[in-house]
Design a protein around this ligand. Structure first.
Ligand code: FES
Length: 106
């Protein structure tokens, strides 16, 4: 069963911002895109680069290294050179607190 961890107050993560939350094994990026929250692994499946500083285009994030893009909702690849999806994590907002699903160990 998934465990959720509180990562921020909603007002600390306004639209257009993101945060990095370090779990024991993995860093998760939580993004607020136009008031909708997404959680993704900070790891590009092309060559292991970090995605954290990647530009966001609608519901896609672009890897700053070689330009692969991933859908924030599903993790699926939307532009090469990556071919494998990235892990995504559920994000919930309850009582003004943002919670993210803790990654399962790989
Ligand atoms: S490491 Fe992300 S596109 Fe190459």
């Amino acid at each position: 069963m998934s465990r959720f961890v509180a990562v921020a107050r909603v007002e600390e993560l306004p639209p257009g911002t993101r945060l990095h939350y370090e779990f024991e094994e993995e860093t998760v990026i939580v993004l607020n895109v136009g008031g909708e929250f997404f959680g993704i692994a900070d790891l590009c499946t092309h060559d292991g680069g970090p995605l954290g500083d990647g530009d966001v285009w609608g519901c896609e994030i672009e890897c700053p290294r070689h330009g692969a893009r991933f859908d924030l909702r599903s993790g699926r690849v939307t532009r090469l050179p990556a071919t494998d999806p990235i892990p995504t994590y559920r994000v919930e907002v309850r009582d003004g607190i943002v919670y993210v699903e803790e990654p399962e160990p790989w």
